[in-house]
Design a protein around this ligand. Structure first.
Ligand SMILES: [Zn+2]
Length: 356
């Protein structure tokens, strides 16, 4: 933790401690995807991965599977010292109330979450309206979150403008995938006049360096590699940066190491301090996490050591002064029970997927 040294008034870092880590882009609904039935054929690119994997999974979700997916995802985040998740959700057959389910699951485990429902015109005008209504309902009721947009390429200009207008009215930003694959390369031109500094722009792989979009850019190195969409080269962007996982857990030290390794592969002069700066950008996206305290099983929490040290784990996590992880175990829920219940729910979900 940063604190002032009384003699020199210079900041010092307390050994083995950090604030709570932030995952600036997650999909808690994807936690139960592991082990899902194989798609009808091997996806050959980004749009086929969406079509054959994720857009089948999201249609199979109901509120119960969303709940246990979020519970397991929240437990896994806490076990890796991540106390704040910026979540982006879609469940076209269970929209209303879905953001409450995610928010309540995270509260039960004891971590923070910012929720948004990713609106899309993939399911027609009514589908987009229901998504907008869920964002509005949740936020007007006092929920912590943003207005979500899936991506420009699955939305009409009307839907983009309505979502941006709703966010402005409610005083929150928009959380949107931007130019993740070539299919969305035109996103900047469609979003430029709408975006503002409180927006979260996810991926940016196929953006020009001078794209002119206001907002924080969130880099998700493992997901980008997994989807074979290319390297975002985030060092070229002038925007503030943060790191996310895009739904593949919430181990942010691991994501930092991946961000550094991918940066270094591109540029042999790259320092881990750059990727550490991206990770630290999460505290600007979710400032409350600065108040959380993580005590690690490793003293030297600095980028040059952590870039080359795997398996660093939290011993104790405090969120808002409350111990929510002790001796590596969540204190508010039984992690074994959550895993058992989540695996039962995963079986139900996977059976439904077989029918889609
Ligand atoms: Zn995503």
């Amino acid at each position: 933790m940063l604190e002032l040294d009384g003699l020199s008034a210079t900041p010092k870092v307390e050994k083995g401690m950090t604030p709570g880590l932030v995952c600036a882009h997650h999909h808690l609904y994807s936690t139960l995807a592991r082990g899902m039935p194989t798609p009808p054929r091997t996806p050959r690119g980004f749009t086929e991965i969406l079509d054959l994997v994720w857009w089948r999974l999201d249609r199979a979700l109901d509120l119960e599977s969303i709940r246990w997916s979020a519970m397991l995802g929240a437990v896994e985040a806490l076990e890796r010292g991540c106390t704040a998740i910026v979540d982006h959700h879609e469940s076209p057959n269970a929209i209303e109330g879905s953001l409450d389910v995610i928010s309540e699951a995270c509260a039960e485990v004891g971590i923070r979450v910012s929720c948004s429902y990713g609106i899309t015109d993939r399911h027609g005008f009514d589908g987009a309206q229901q998504g907008l209504a869920e964002n509005e309902r949740y936020l007007r009721a006092g929920g912590h979150g943003m207005v979500g947009i899936h991506a420009a390429f699955t939305c009409s200009d009307d839907s983009l403008e309505t979502a941006a207008g709703l966010a402005a009215d409610l005083g929150v930003g928009v959380h949107v995938h931007v130019a993740e694959g070539p299919v969305d390369a035109g996103a900047a031109d469609r979003l430029r006049s709408l975006a503002s500094e409180n927006w979260l722009l996810i991926h940016g792989v196929h953006l020009e360096g001078d794209h002119g979009l206001a907002g924080t850019m969130v880099h998700n190195p493992r997901s980008n590699m997994n989807n074979s969409v290319g390297y975002a080269r985030p060092a070229r962007f002038a925007n503030p940066m943060a790191l996310g996982t895009d739904g593949i857990g919430a181990d942010m030290l691991e994501e930092f190491r991946l961000a550094y390794a991918r940066h270094r592969e591109e540029d042999v002069t790259a320092s881990p301090e750059v990727a550490w700066g991206w990770l630290a950008g999460g505290w600007n996206v979710f400032p409350e996490a600065r108040k959380d305290r993580v005590t690690w099983n490793y003293d030297d929490m600095d980028p040059w050591r952590l870039a080359f040290t795997t398996g660093v784990a939290p011993r104790t996590v405090e969120v808002d002064g409350v111990v929510v992880l002790s001796d590596g175990q969540p204190t508010r829920v039984d992690a074994g029970e959550v895993r058992a219940r989540a695996s039962e729910e995963a079986l139900r979900l996977h059976r439904r997927l077989d029918e889609i």
